[in-house]
Ligand binder design. Structure first.
Ligand code: SF4
Ligand code: SF4
Length: 454
């Protein structure tokens, strides 16, 4: 295991306690070991040899969402999440994870084939053994396996993943920018309609998405569990696949996948043979909502469509947007989704309080610390209960899962739903004829080439 000090110095933490003001875990438990400062202190003791690695320390390191809020406010620029992940890596390498989890990660490494079989099995099991709750949402299903006994809801696993259903169009070489799409596992298997929405939106303005068949999991689940080797193997595969296509941009619709792709260069910081290609893929990555607003001029385009998309007398859909940590902190994006929603015909954006508050999902945190995750979620749900939106809208598949659970636990159960912004945009443009100016707007995409330095 590389030294923790090789990544960043735990000792550069001066114990100021600023991270306590933003840590969602600490603000729920008020335990010193749940905040970055406490974890760094313990890791420093291990580095100094005054403490041993122990199961208790492993448990402490696991009680972190890797949301990055602490690193964002730290005046000493301590790389808290990187150091905590390095500690998890140490435990992963020392103790070798249990077989079932390794098998799941292995299936991701081997591409979608094994995962597809596993997920198909899950879909069959759901169809046989699950009952719907509530009727208004196809997303909320009771899942009776012991693994999910504490949950109220799990989403239906798609019978046909997006990658199986997608029929590619011939990408036009030449003037048009080449836009790739990294789909991600959550989108492919649980929320394929989000990917389909992006395809429909881009086709609406005459753009073609290139969706490489050989893409695999982004590697984030492996990375946060401490399995850096698997995370690198997956990243290598994706870099090979996407870089060979000479794309101008690589879009994602899931904030978690996107933030991991953006950090690819740091994953290979000590590997000169892969670092440049990783940095190149990271540079090309862009969240799809940012692409639509900043590079496609889609905000103005949507506003121009309003008369056709919003019949007179129809009450607008009140939507409250939740900032995923992997978008707000991981990618620095807060305005593009709001601008997209504000421009969408028939949609009224309302702001819930505490817009930067984490939902508590945090990848496998939600699985390994379910009741703590729910306490963080319940606090976030109080913000939405006050504004009573028709939809909670967010751009991360993890947050979508978490809010499906959150809605079922609060006073809004059965009254509201959760969805991705692109699903609303797709619905708004569906009745509209393909506009003549669509292709003209697409010229804005040429700025992509400038951004990418090509
Ligand atoms: S904000 Fe930074 S320097 Fe201050 S206690 Fe937290 S990690 Fe240490
Ligand atoms: S990454 Fe988030 S959950 Fe983890 S210690 Fe920092 S603020 Fe707390």
């Amino acid at each position: 295991m590389e030294s923790l000090r090789s990544e960043a110095e735990p000792s550069s933490c001066n114990r100021c306690g600023q991270c306590m003001s933003v840590c969602p875990v600490y603000q729920t438990t008020f335990r010193e070991t749940d905040v970055a400062r406490g974890k760094l202190t313990l890791l420093e003791c291990v580095e100094a040899g005054t403490m041993r690695w122990s199961g208790r320390l492993q448990e402490i390191l696991s009680r972190c969402l890797l949301c990055g809020a602490c690193a964002q406010v730290c005046a000493n620029r301590v790389e808290t999440t990187r150091i905590i992940q390095s500690g998890r890596q140490r435990f992963f390498e020392d103790e070798k994870r249990g077989e079932s989890q390794s098998a799941a990660l292995k299936s991701l490494r081997e591409g979608h084939l094994t995962a597809r079989v596993l997920m198909k099995g899950g879909a069959l099991l759901q169809a046989l053994a699950c009952k719907k709750i509530p009727e208004t949402s196809g997303l909320h299903l009771r899942f009776p396996l012991s693994f999910f006994t504490e949950r109220n809801t799990v989403p239906p696993i798609a019978w046909t993943p997006f990658m199986d259903a997608f029929r590619p169009e011939q990408a036009v070489r030449g003037e048009s920018p080449r836009i790739g799409f990294f789909v991600g596992c959550g989108t492919n298997y649980l929320f394929p309609h989000i990917a389909t929405a992006l395809v429909h939106i881009l086709r609406h303005v005459g753009a073609t998405l290139i969706v490489p068949e050989d893409q695999v999991c982004c590697g984030l689940p492996a990375y946060v569990s401490g399995d850096t080797k698997t995370a690198r193997d997956l990243a290598q595969k994706n870099i090979e696949v996407f870089e060979s296509l000479e794309l101008d941009a690589i879009l994602t619709v899931c904030a978690s996948c996107g933030s991991h792709l953006m950090a690819l260069a740091s994953l290979f910081a000590d590997d000169p043979s892969s670092r440049d290609a990783a940095a190149s893929m990271a540079r090309k990555h862009m969240d799809a909502m940012t692409f639509l607003v900043n590079h496609l001029g889609f905000e103005a385009y949507l506003k121009a469509l309003e008369p056709a998309g919003s019949p007179k007398g129809t009450r607008p859909l009140r939507v409250a947007y939740h900032d995923p940590c992997h978008l707000r902190i991981g990618q620095g994006i807060t305005q593009a989704p709001r601008r997209l929603l504000e421009a969408t015909p028939g949609v009224q954006l309302v702001e819930a309080s505490h817009p930067g508050q984490c939902c508590g999902h945090g990848g496998d945190f939600n699985l390994s610390h379910f009741s703590l995750s729910m306490k963080i979620l319940d606090r976030r749900m109080e913000d939405f209960e006050k504004v009573k939106p028709d939809r909670i809208v967010t751009g991360c598949t993890g947050c979508l899962l978490q809010f499906a659970e959150g809605i079922s636990r609060c006073s809004l159960a059965g009254k509201i739903e959760v969805c991705h912004p692109l699903a609303l945009v797709e619905k708004a443009i569906a009745p509209c004829p393909i506009p003549v100016q669509g292709r003209k707007d697409l010229q804005v995409c040429q700025s992509l080439r400038t951004d990418a330095g090509q």
